[in-house]
Design a protein around this ligand. Structure first.
Ligand code: ZN
Ligand code: ZN
Length: 184
């Protein structure tokens, strides 16, 4: 499952977008165009990081339509150990538009912090693609959906309880007023 991209096999073709050479956001080396099962990726020979355009992410991470039941996901997620938090080197620029990318816990719960450009794609450090593929294969996508639903339910529940409390108070004070002004 942890197949690595064989960086020695490529023809060392420097990655270019819109006539501009792409650089690694972390170590500034040229990115090299590589293929993983016919999907184009841009990788850095020095730090082994990988740039993946938004459209290609699904294929690279082998994300398939939902295949897990909620019970399966709960059981499987117990097997998943998030990566140890790596030293965060601060915000780095998107190789395409040079805007600083934001840090994102991939999929909400994978524990893999990736650098993301909302417009263009995601930067994965060495080993992160394999880790996310593991997360996805254990049902990470379905787990995230389940958690979001749960969270939504918690919020609805909380609002409901607050409303009950508010009404209780109102009824209480109405009752008190009625007692104060009644003739009994
Ligand atoms: Zn690099
Ligand atoms: Zn960008």
């Amino acid at each position: 499952m942890t197949e690595k991209y064989d960086l020695t096999k490529k023809k060392n073709k420097v990655s270019v977008r819109n006539g501009k050479v792409l650089h690694c956001p972390k170590c500034k080396e040229y990115l090299i165009t590589d293929y993983n099962k016919n999907v184009e990726i841009d990788s850095c020979l020095k730090c082994k990081g990988v740039w993946v355009d938004h459209l290609e992410e699904k294929d690279i991470l082998e994300i398939k339509p939902a295949v897990f039941t909620l019970d399966e996901v709960k059981r499987l997620m117990k097997l998943y150990k998030p990566l140890e938090k790596r030293q965060e080197a601060g915000y780095v620029p998107c190789p395409i538009c040079k805007q600083l990318m934001w840090k994102s816990n991939w999929g909400g719960f994978s524990g893999v912090m990736v650098d993301k450009c909302g417009k263009h794609g995601t930067w994965f450090d060495d080993g992160e693609i394999e880790k996310i593929k593991e997360y996805v294969s254990l049902g990470g996508i379905e787990f995230q959906k389940a958690r979001l639903v749960e969270r939504g339910m918690e919020e609805v529940n909380h609002k409901f309880l607050m409303e009950v409390y508010r009404l209780d108070k109102k009824i209480d004070s109405a009752y008190m007023r009625a007692r104060l002004f009644s003739k009994f």
